[in-house]
Unconditional design. Structure first.
Length: 72
């Protein structure tokens, strides 16, 4: 299991930030994260523009460490 951190933009107010999602693949993380970001930002999923993956971390015990060579 990896933690994928994505950049994103809220289209209605032109703000941007980043958020992460634990998943088995980048594609799975992308499918799950938009709904979570929309809840966090109190907006609709259609108002979220998901950007690129900016970090990938690997879980080791209770912590996540940067995964060298994992980012594409």
């Amino acid at each position: 299991m990896m933690r994928y951190t994505f950049a994103y933009e809220v289209l209605s107010d032109k703000s941007s930030s980043e958020f992460s999602q634990e998943a088995t693949s980048k594609e799975e993380a992308a499918e799950l994260i938009v709904a979570r970001i929309a809840d966090l930002e109190f907006t609709d999923e259609s108002d979220i523009k998901l950007g690129k993956v900016i970090a990938i971390s690997k879980k080791v015990g209770d912590n996540y460490i940067a995964c060298e060579g994992c980012a594409s």
